[in-house]
Design a protein around this ligand. Structure first.
Ligand code: BGC
Length: 339
């Protein structure tokens, strides 16, 4: 199914596409290749829309929450908004604290109108052509994002890219999940999270990694045993104090790399990825944003589990690198599975 989502800032129409498989269904818009709705049953078959979002393209454009957005070419932060590739310095927008780059700058992929190349009952593939110098990145890139609902309760998101120059590819999806339902923000912090991650990246006060990979052992960052997200979030621990809660990269370790569970409905989501990192963000900048159906998304009313390369990895050659050679194929897959 395809229906009009709204008219965008540039006068163009954006559409909403439904995909479904079994009990799962999702709505995706070509405005930013954004996941707008995701309906998931609980054990009694009760459906809830488990992602935060908006009712119109304009709200997605003006908001800085990045609800459900496809982020590219590079997700997360780049220190000093610059990096060196092939001996050349590339400068990005300093859109974060007037110094660093966040989610690739003002000219976000989330505000682009993507081209729908294929839409079936259970999948949609969207394409973006990103010209040489776009957002400051080298090369003409052709990017595809494919959302598929599979036979096993999975929402599979596949990213593909190819570029005519050596460049950066590090795309992610920026959905905020609340497995109780997007309209129950007060329940988000009581959901449990487990992540086998053995270390996380501490950041400076502007959220740029210090370079340390710190063991989670004995810290509130330890999710190796499942615990309610809100249990340790108020602990007096520097990394939590600096970021105002959880907003850190963890190594994506193990299969799954993360499991989120709502103890009330029993809805459980696993995250499996081929990315080296997972940014766990506990919605610390949500302050009563009005979202779908007029719901007020209050403080920490949803959490993001963004699979990606480590933040600022373009400036850390010792970490897994998001650089892709001219003509080489970038391919990455993350699955959010409801079990
Ligand atoms: C970042 C947060 C940022 C948020 C914007 C997340 O990916 O980790 O620091 O505030 O995006 O909504």
């Amino acid at each position: 199914m395809k229906k009009l989502f709204g008219v965008r800032f540039d006068g163009k129409e954006a559409y909403l596409y439904t995909i479904s498989r079994g009990d799962l269904s999702a709505e995706i818009t070509d405005h930013g290749a954004t996941l707008v709705k995701l309906f998931v049953p609980d054990s009694r078959g009760q459906l809830a829309d488990v992602v935060l979002g908006f009712d119109s393209p304009d709200e997605y454009t003006t908001s800085t929450t990045y609800f459900g957005a496809t982020i590219g070419r590079n997700s997360n932060r780049v220190g000093n908004a610059s990096f060196i590739l092939g001996g050349k310095t590339y400068r990005l927008n300093a859109n974060d604290n007037e110094k660093n780059n966040l989610h690739s700058g003002w000219d976000y992929y989330k505000d682009r109108l993507w081209q729908v190349v294929k839409h079936t009952t259970n999948s949609i593939c969207l394409r973006l052509d990103s010209p040489d110098g776009d957002q400051g990145f080298p090369g003409n890139a052709v990017i595809h994002v494919t959302y598929t609902l599979d036979d096993n309760g999975g929402l599979v998101i596949a990213y593909d890219g190819v570029c005519d120059k050596d460049t950066v590819f590090n795309l992610t999806n920026h959905s905020y999940f609340n497995l109780a339902g997007h309209d129950k923000p007060e329940l988000a912090m009581s959901q449990t999270l487990s992540m086998p991650a053995r270390f996380f990246n501490p950041d400076d006060a502007l959220s740029i990694p210090t370079g340390e990979l710190r063991s989670v052992a004995g810290t509130p960052m330890d999710f190796r045993e499942s615990k309610p997200i809100g249990r340790d979030i108020l602990e007096d621990y520097e990394a939590l104090n600096l970021q105002g809660g959880y907003d850190h990269n963890f190594e994506a370790f193990g299969i799954p790399a993360a499991t989120l569970c709502d103890p009330v409905s029993g809805r459980t989501m696993t995250v499996t990825t081929d990315c080296p990192g997972i940014q766990f963000y506990s919605g610390n900048f949500l302050h009563g944003v009005t979202g779908k159906d007029g719901v007020s998304y209050t403080y920490r009313g949803g959490v993001a589990l963004e699979t990606q390369f480590y933040p600022d990895s373009v400036n850390h050659p010792e970490w897994p690198q998001p650089f892709v050679k001219a003509g080489e194929h970038y391919h990455s897959v993350t699955t959010y599975r409801f079990v």
